[in-house]
Design a protein around this ligand. Structure first.
Ligand code: NIG
Ligand code: FE
Length: 387
């Protein structure tokens, strides 16, 4: 079954040309064949297809690649958010209350919740999502979370080292022994990535190194939460270990920027976090100009960022982080794909997965220009149309 989407005013292909990383085409068409993209080019040259969709002068972008989320959890922390908006500071300790609610939830409760978030994301144009564990923090509960995540995405991250759970509060190194031993044994078969929250109040640099190295030894690839609450050495550790991404980067030192710019490690910015914790926005303009590869993700979680909307994150990144709309859309698609070391998503090119979004707008600029407006018309995921 083939589908031709034609009469597209603007296609963001993300196939770079000499002077345009977004590979933008105008008056274009895209041919989907089965689960893959078969052809992209000028509408006037489009091949025949079984079915034709008239884009009517609107824009098409790759499906969003949301490379950072925590979707398997119980409860929420609305009261904590309310208190924060009244002046309370965000602290990583709130994670423990979600751990309690998650442990008290059944698999089916977690699964229903998880699928609800995925539907919500798909309706907003997200076709690839990475999901982390980290609200179980026991061998059995972390195993549950990665197993449930693996039911819905291949991009599963074991984050047993999210915080030290209350029962290990006075013996954090013993908790790291658990994470790098029996917990890793139970979780590695379901996961692709190993992650650690390297931050004051979570794990030290030495503990983070132990966690990442143990994961790497088990065949998992590293990614790191760092420099969210203050400056630290987590970014440089991530670069040293060849992490695919360091995420947050709210407080970066010049040495972090230099290390990132000379590396293959993506910096994944999470605008929803600064938005809902009232922390300062990182200066994406400066980072991009320094040569850092920047991705955007939602970090959907009940504590620091409870949005699942990539369009919202794009709007904030443009408004408050100094990104151009083209850079923000690239970061939310191709950037996310790079952060997951994927080349089959985040791009509209022959052979790539047919994950596309038709916008209710003539250009991607509207994603930032019309914040809060549902601009997603039609989503194709693996070539299947979802309206
Ligand atoms: O990515 N940084 C650590 N973890 C989450 C926050 C989790 C929470 O507050 O529940 C994050 O922001
Ligand atoms: Fe996170």
């Amino acid at each position: 079954m083939s589908t031709l989407i034609t009469n597209i005013a603007e296609v963001t292909t993300n196939v770079p040309t000499r002077d345009d990383r977004t590979g933008t085409l105008t008056d274009a068409a895209v041919l989907i064949d089965g689960e893959r993209i078969a052809w992209v080019g000028p509408a006037a040259d489009a091949p025949a297809a079984d079915e034709v969709v008239d884009a009517a002068g609107r824009a098409v972008i790759p499906g969003f690649v949301d490379s950072h989320s925590h979707l398997v959890f119980g409860g929420d922390r609305a009261a904590e958010f309310e208190a924060r908006m009244a002046g309370q500071k965000y602290a990583a300790g709130g994670i423990r209350s979600t751990v309690a609610a998650t442990r008290a939830s059944t698999d089916d409760e977690l699964r229903t919740r998880l699928r609800g978030f995925l539907d919500e994301m798909l309706a907003q144009g997200t076709t690839t999502v990475e999901i982390k564990s980290g609200y179980g923090l026991s061998v059995a509960d972390e195993e549950r979370l990665v197993r449930l995540a693996a039911e819905v995405t291949p991009e599963v991250t074991f984050l047993g080292a999210h915080v030290v759970p209350a029962e290990y509060a006075d013996r954090p190194d013993e908790y790291v022994d658990l994470v790098t031993g029996p917990m890793l044994d139970a979780c590695a078969p379901h996961a692709k990535w190993i992650d650690v929250f390297c931050e004051t109040g979570a794990f030290t640099v030495a503990q983070s190194r132990r966690v990442l190295e143990a994961g790497i030894a088990r065949g998992l690839a590293p990614r790191v939460h760092a420099s969210q609450l203050g400056p630290g050495e987590g970014v440089r550790l991530a670069v040293e270990l060849g992490a695919a991404s360091i995420d947050h980067g709210t407080y970066l030192a010049d040495a972090d920027i230099d290390a990132l710019a000379g590396s293959d490690t993506v910096l994944t910015l999470l605008p929803g976090v600064e938005f809902s914790t009232r922390q300062p926005y990182p200066n994406a303009r400066r980072l991009i100009d320094a040569g850092v590869t920047v991705a955007l993700a939602c970090d959907t979680n009940p504590g620091s960022s409870f949005t699942s909307s990539m369009p919202f994150c794009i709007a904030v990144a443009v408004r408050d982080m100094g990104m151009t709309p083209a850079e923000a859309v690239w970061a939310a698609t191709a950037g996310g794909a790079k952060a997951l070391r994927r080349d089959d998503v985040g791009v509209i090119a022959p052979g790539a997965r047919a994950d596309l979004v038709l916008l209710k707008a003539p250009t991607r600029i509207h994603l930032a220009y019309r914040p809060g407006v549902p601009l997603v018309d039609t989503v194709w995921k693996d070539g299947r149309e979802i309206r």
